[in-house]
Design a protein around this ligand. Structure first.
Ligand code: ADP
Ligand code: MG
Length: 379
């Protein structure tokens, strides 16, 4: 057992490493500016020292120190956001927790967990292969940083998650257009790192791998409709497509900052030209892909597809369901500070933030407006 003075020395050392790791332009140790690698080294050391302190009785005796840690540790950990090793640890902890929940044990035994680098896309992340207690098969997952988080290309730590993104992943799952989605916190206590975990769908076919007649008119129209109503971006041809049964699939997106319902929503929906925001391109092999199919689908079939999709999706009710899910089940996984769009007004409060609620009400407004116009403005 470490003596009190040894613990105090550890504490001082911990604080010095936190300070060095927290500086915006590389850390500063005793007046000298240090480089990014050194800054990361200090952040790792701070985490190791923190574990030692937490394993001792030190923090329970000096409770003021716990609040110092809460206030300072997240910033010190930010420089580790792009460190794949910590992404791996977050993934391990996430699945270990799910495994332990099934077995009732804290430490997972008899489970399988393997990771490999993410094969596609630019967001920092991993592919996980996992077999939890009671499962017969290994399941694959995409474990990736949230949209504003670290990119493997830029290597920047990124900013906090947009909780609307979390809500929409759940919503898409609930309407059958998205893979099963879950969310995970980092192990570093950074409040800007956050992970989206989706169950891998082997039957996902990217839009650019689809041509008619396998490519369905409903798919291109429904993706356009989701983009318009949920204010989505990045529905590029590798992020959307069809499941094996031909139904619409969206595996990656982000939510536009300016989410508002356009006055001319019906006109936008039936406009002939493929919206630039979808970024679909004409094919050069003479086959008919999403771009061509979209542009040759006239208003009437588009409207019929929208009517049936809106009925099937029941977006307003599913939005409420997704919101309930966030509030009741996943509140503990949402970091307190989230890029001005917090789920909770305070860390422990379960009241959704006004930003999130105004997004929800804007989506509902759009759904109601379009449904109404589809019903009343018929020829
Ligand atoms: N759950 C999933 N099931 C099947 N394929 C997926 C899944 N998640 C991602 N993919 C595939 O992997 C690619 C990269 O993953 P993505 O989540 O889009 O990463 P990034 O955010 O870096 O673009 C996607 O474009 C898609 O083709
Ligand atoms: Mg992508």
């Amino acid at each position: 057992m470490l003596q009190e003075h040894a613990l105090l020395r550890l504490w001082t050392e911990y604080k010095a490493n936190v300070a060095a790791a927290s500086s915006e332009k590389g850390g500063i140790i005793t007046g000298t500016i240090i480089g990014r690698e050194e800054q990361k080294r200090c952040a790792r050391t701070a985490l190791e020292l923190l574990t030692k302190l937490e394993n001792s009785k030190f923090l329970s005796v000096y409770s003021d120190y716990s609040s110092w840690i809460r206030n300072h540790q997240p910033k010190a950990s930010m420089c580790l956001n792009d460190d794949l090793e910590y992404v791996k640890q977050a993934a391990r902890r996430h699945f270990e927790f799910l495994h332990a929940k099934r077995t009732g044990a804290i430490q997972g035994v008899n489970w399988e967990f393997e990771v490999e680098p993410k094969q596609q896309g630019t967001r920092l992340g991993l592919t996980c292969r996992v077999k939890l207690h009671g499962e017969r098969e290994v399941t694959k997952y995409n474990f990736k940083s949230h949209h504003h988080g670290s990119h493997s290309v830029s290597g920047k730590p990124g900013s906090g998650p947009d909780v609307r993104e979390v809500l929409v992943y759940k919503l898409l799952e609930l309407i059958g257009a998205g893979p099963e989605a879950d969310f995970a916190l980092p192990v570093t206590r950074s409040d800007t790192a956050y992970y989206i975990v989706t169950k891998w769908r082997e039957d996902f076919i990217r839009l650019d791998d689809l041509t008619t007649p396998t490519l369905q008119t409903a798919t291109v129209v429904e993706i356009h409709l989701l983009q318009l109503l949920l204010h989505l971006y990045d529905l590029k041809e590798d992020n959307v497509g069809q499941w094996g049964d031909g139904k619409t699939a969206v595996v990656d997106f982000f939510v536009n900052d300016n989410a508002y319902v356009p006055d001319n929503i019906l006109e936008k929906f039936i406009a002939k030209n493929c919206p630039r925001v979808l970024a679909w391109v004409a094919r050069d092999d003479g086959k008919e892909g999403a771009y061509e199919l979209f542009e040759r689908t006239p208003p009437e079939p588009r409207k019929n597809i929208a009517k049936s999709a809106l009925e099937r999706w029941n977006l307003c009710a599913k939005l409420d369901e997704a919101l309930e899910y966030l509030k009741s089940v996943k509140l503990d996984t949402i970091p307190t500070k989230t890029r001005q769009k917090e789920l909770c007004t305070s860390g422990l409060d379960s009241t959704p933030s006004s930003e999130l609620m105004s997004y929800v009400s804007e989506v509902k407004k759009g759904v109601k407006k379009l449904s109404e116009e589809l019903r009343t403005r018929e020829p």
